[in-house]
Ligand binder design. Structure first.
Ligand SMILES: *[C@@H]1O[C@H](CO)[C@@H](O)[C@H](O)[C@H]1NC(C)=O
Ligand SMILES: *[C@@H]1O[C@H](CO)[C@@H](O)[C@H](O)[C@H]1NC(C)=O
Ligand SMILES: *[C@@H]1O[C@H](CO)[C@@H](O)[C@H](O)[C@H]1NC(C)=O
Ligand SMILES: *[C@@H]1O[C@H](CO)[C@@H](O)[C@H](O)[C@H]1NC(C)=O
Ligand SMILES: *[C@@H]1O[C@H](CO)[C@@H](O)[C@H](O)[C@H]1NC(C)=O
Length: 370
C-alpha cells in the first residue's frame, strides 16, 4: 500500500497563506466557535413528529435547524441524554447483520466491559440503526439507539451484510456523514467508530486539544500532523463541533460527486489538502501502533493499544472470528498481574497480537459477499 501515496505536497506555510485569503465574511463565520446553541433552540421548538408531517419535498428554504429536524426527527432530543458533560458523543452504526445477537454489535459492546475502565463510555454511545430490524436488536442490548431511515431515502435494502462496493453499502457510508453533520450542527463533538472495532482503552487521552479532527490511519508516517504520508481510515475519527467542521462535513459530502464513485474514506483523502488549506482545519492522524488494524497488526503492542479494527478483512464471518480472537488475547493479557507482565517482559516476551487467521492479507480474502 506504500505505493499509493499521492504526490501532491502542500507545506504548512502554503496552507497558512491560502487560508489567509479566505474571504472575511467566511472567516467571520468560521471563527464563531460553537454553532450548536442557536440551531438547537430553533430545532427543538417543535418535536420530530410534528415536523414529519411536513411535506418531504418542501423546498429547503427553512433554517438548517428545521431541515435537520425534518430529516432526523428526535435526534436533537436524544443527544443530550447520550452526550458527556463536555457535549461529546460516541457514534457507531449498524445494519441488521451487524446488530443481530452474537454479531459485531455484541462483540463491540463486550470490548468496553473487557477494556480498561471504559465501560462507562457505553452510556455515551449512540448506535445508529439503518434499518428497523437493526433498531430492534439494538434496543434489546443498548440504552441509546437511533433509527436512521436510510432505506426510506435510498429505497435500498441495507439489512444484509453488504458487499464492500455495492450501491447499498456506499449509500450507507455516505448516509453516516449526513448524521454526523447534523450532530455537529446541534453543537456536539463526536467520535465515530465502526462497529468492527474493539476498544481496549480510553481513546480520548490521545486526541490533541487543538485537533478539529483526529482520524485513525491505514498508514501512519510517524508525524501526526503531516497531510502527506498519512493515510486516513475513516472507520474511527473524532470531530470537534465548530463552524469550520460543519463546513468540512458539508464539503466532504459534496465532494462525493466530484470524483469517481467511491467510499467516503478515499474521497476524504483526496480533499484533505483543500480542507486543511481552505478551512484551516487542524487534522491529527492517530498512530497505528495505538489505534491498530489488521492491515498492520504487527505494529501493535497490547501495552499501548486503544483499539483494534478489523480492516483489511472481507466477510462478516471472518471479521467475527478474528475480532473474537483479539478480544480473547486481550482478556488473557489483562488477566495477568502487572508483576507477571513485567516478569514476562523481562524474560523477553512481547505482547503483540497474533497474525489474524482469516483477515489481514489479500490471500485471505474471501469471495465477495461471504
Ligand atoms: C410530540 O408529538 C407527539 C405526537 O404528536 C405528542 O404526543 C407530544 O406531546 C409532543 N411532545 C412535545 C414535547 O411537544
Ligand atoms: C424559497 O426561496 C426562493 C428564493 O429565495 C423563493 O423564490 C421561493 O418562493 C421560496 N420558497 C418557499 C416555499 O418559501
Ligand atoms: C450507565 O447509565 C445507567 C443509567 O443512568 C447507570 O445506571 C449505569 O451505572 C451507567 N453505567 C456505567 C458503567 O457508568
Ligand atoms: C432486506 O434484506 C434482508 C436480508 O437479506 C431480508 O431478510 C429482508 O426481507 C429484506 N427486506 C426487504 C424490505 O426487502
Ligand atoms: C488464553 O489463555 C488460555 C490459557 O493459557 C489459552 O488456552 C487460550 O488459547 C488463550 N486465548 C487466546 C485467545 O489466546
Amino acid at each position: 500500500m506504500g505505493s499509493l501515496h499521492d504526490g501532491a505536497s502542500v507545506s504548512h506555510s502554503v496552507s497558512f497563506i491560502l487560508g489567509a485569503l479566505v474571504p472575511t465574511l467566511l472567516l467571520f463565520f468560521l471563527a464563531s466557535d460553537r454553532v450548536g446553541e442557536k440551531l438547537a433552540s430553533i430545532s427543538s421548538f417543535a418535536n420530530g413528529s410534528a415536523h414529519q408531517q411536513m411535506s418531504p419535498n418542501l423546498p429547503g428554504n427553512g433554517s438548517a435547524g428545521e431541515k435537520g429536524e425534518r430529516l432526523f426527527p428526535g435526534l436533537a432530543e436524544l443527544l443530550p441524554k447520550v452526550a458527556t458533560d463536555d457535549r461529546t458523543v460516541i457514534i457507531t452504526s449498524v445494519n441488521e447483520a451487524f446488530a443481530r445477537p452474537g454479531s459485531l454489535l455484541d462483540l463491540f459492546r463486550e470490548s468496553f466491559y473487557a477494556g480498561d475502565g471504559i465501560a462507562h463510555l457505553l452510556n455515551h454511545t449512540l448506535i445508529v440503526a439503518v434499518d428497523a430490524a437493526a433498531y430492534h436488536h439494538c434496543r434489546r442490548v443498548h440504552p441509546h439507539c437511533y433509527l436512521l431511515e436510510a432505506t426510506a431515502r435510498t429505497s435500498m435494502n441495507l439489512s444484509s451484510a453488504n458487499d464492500f462496493m455495492s450501491d447499498a453499502y456506499l449509500e450507507l457510508v455516505w448516509a453516516k456523514l449526513e448524521v454526523q453533520q447534523r450532530v455537529l450542527q446541534l453543537g456536539y463533538n463526536f467520535l465515530f467508530t465502526d462497529v468492527d472495532i474493539v476498544w481496549f482503552r480510553d481513546p480520548f487521552r490521545h486526541i490533541g486539544v487543538h485537533a478539529d479532527m483526529a482520524v485513525s490511519s491505514d498508514i501512519y508516517s510517524g508525524d501526526a500532523d503531516a497531510l502527506d504520508g498519512n493515510w486516513p481510515n475513516t472507520g474511527f475519527y473524532y470531530v470537534k463541533a465548530t463552524g469550520r467542521t460543519v463546513e468540512m462535513l458539508r464539503r466532504w459530502r459534496a465532494a462525493r460527486w466530484r470524483f469517481p464513485r467511491d467510499h467516503e474514506q478515499t474521497i476524504f483523502n483526496q480533499i484533505k489538502h483543500e480542507l486543511a488549506a481552505d478551512l484551516r482545519l487542524q487534522l491529527q492522524f492517530l498512530d497505528t501502533a495505538i489505534f491498530g488494524g489488521f492491515c498492520r497488526v504487527f505494529r501493535n503492542d497490547m501495552a499501548r493499544a486503544c483499539t483494534m479494527h478489523a480492516n483489511c478483512c472481507f466477510g462478516l464471518g471472518n471479521k467475527l472470528t478474528d475480532l473474537r480472537d483479539v478480544l480473547g488475547q486481550w482478556k488473557n493479557y489483562t488477566a495477568m498481574t502487572p508483576l507477571g507482565r513485567r516478569n514476562a517482559k523481562a524474560a523477553g516476551r512481547s505482547f503483540g497480537w497474533r497474525v489474524p487467521a482469516k483477515c489481514g492479507t489479500p490471500d485471505k480474502r474471501a469471495p465477495s459477499g461471504s
